[in-house]
Design a protein. Structure first.
Length: 167
């Protein structure tokens, strides 16, 4: 039976963006400011989520050290108890398992905009090739793409077109 050679890890470059969630994590990879891969991983515990993310990257020939920039959404608890506090704390524990170049709270990169509108605005700044990938993604991965687009200055807060365009 022939063996399958794993992909050769790439030299550090590019950007990895992640949108951590209580049950799912969106991941997006950019090279030369272009979206080249994205997806969603599902796991239960913080450690299982970390393993799932690292496995997803490895299957694509990457490791955590493959990227010069890593960006992520960070949660913030609002004053007073809410029914989501436990989930937000879990998301933060997952986020802390990785080393980040920059983190953004949700209001920094998407403002208070409705998710559907924000996703439409993100899609509008993508190249035709990037849109083909975008159209296959879950909302978790689309949020990771949005975080990456914001960090790359392709969009401003709220998904408005940024000062850097690749179109």
């Amino acid at each position: 039976m022939p063996s399958i050679k794993p992909p050769t890890p790439k030299a550090p470059s590019g950007l990895l963006a992640m949108d951590p969630g209580a049950k799912k994590v969106g991941i997006a990879i950019f090279q030369d400011a272009l979206l080249i891969d994205a997806g969603t991983v599902t796991a239960g515990s913080d450690a299982a989520t970390e393993r799932a993310v690292r496995t997803w990257l490895k299957a694509r020939g990457y490791s955590w050290g493959s990227f010069t920039t890593t960006v992520c959404e960070r949660m913030h608890l609002r004053p007073g108890k809410t029914k989501y506090d436990a989930d937000l704390k879990r998301v933060e524990r997952t986020r802390r398992r990785f080393k980040w170049t920059r983190t953004y709270n949700p209001t920094q990169w998407k403002g208070s905009l409705n998710k559907t509108v924000h996703h439409r605005r993100c899609r509008d700044v993508l190249t035709p090739a990037e849109r083909l990938l975008w159209d296959t993604l879950s909302h978790d991965a689309r949020d990771a793409v949005g975080i990456g687009l914001f960090d790359l200055k392709r969009i401003k807060r709220g998904g408005l077109p940024g000062r850097r365009s690749v179109l």
